[in-house]
Design a binder for this molecule. Sequence first.
Ligand SMILES: [Zn+2]
Length: 312
Amino acid sequence: MGTFAQKFPPIPTVPSVPPYSPNSLQTPTIPLIPPKILPMLTPPYPELNDLLVMMGEAGHRLSEIEATEGAAGNLSVCLRWPIELRSRFPLVETYHLPQPVPELAGATFLVTGSGRRLREVIDEPTASIAALVVEEGGQTAKLHTAYGRRFERVTSEFNSHLAVHYDQILRSGTNFHALIHAQPPYLTYLSHVPRYQEVDYLNRHLLRWQPETIINLPEGIGFIPFKLPGSPDLMAANVESLRTHRIVIWAKHGVMARSDISVKRAADRVEYAETGAKYEYHNLTVGEIGEGLTPAEIRTICAAFNVQQNIF
Ligand SMILES: [Zn+2]
């Protein structure tokens, strides 16, 4: 039998982060609406090996869809639960972070190394991935690597990754966040065509080819005009766009996609968007004879699957 408390022990608490601004923590004594369920992983948390395998599988799939030619593309995940690093990453040095992230002290980043090929991460993850643990004050991190590492520095895009992780984690309070930069050819090609540089036109055309697309990308695809790779301009525009989208095109370059669930979910988003672009490209090459799902058909799908969107 047992008491109610024995049958229903309290739900264990998960680590939380400080608020983005002090005001955002001011909740009324009696909430009028149920609090939004935070995007957050719950125990048992993935272990280091699980995360390394998933990064490898994401890199492999991105390579299969030809979104990572040569050493293009990079992956990173941020996790906020304690994780054992020394057995896989015994070398430790101090690393100066590209921006201070004091609220993320103690957080761990797994990030691909500069010049590494995403298709090879799956074979030997520690040759291509470093771990960074943010130190008190958030100016520096401990960089953990393996003896067999085949890179000198972490990816040169880490400034963009860190800025988005920081912004997303402070806004949502999530304890996990994954980011991918990849260069899928159909999306990137269409970003060279002026009419696809208009975000409404882009989304109405790319999201019309399969029912899954609007379901998986209900906010559509963000678009940033060309900016110098690695520049502060690109970093700022990227942070802004990923506040309202799960994937954003960097015009004439590639994309960045995010997920609060897994790095493979972020890779799926690249693939859904790229598939829409591939249909659109093929339709252009045959003189636009395909009609695509009509706005009414897409609205019917959204009603049936309870998808909130304002593109169609
Ligand atoms: Zn790139």
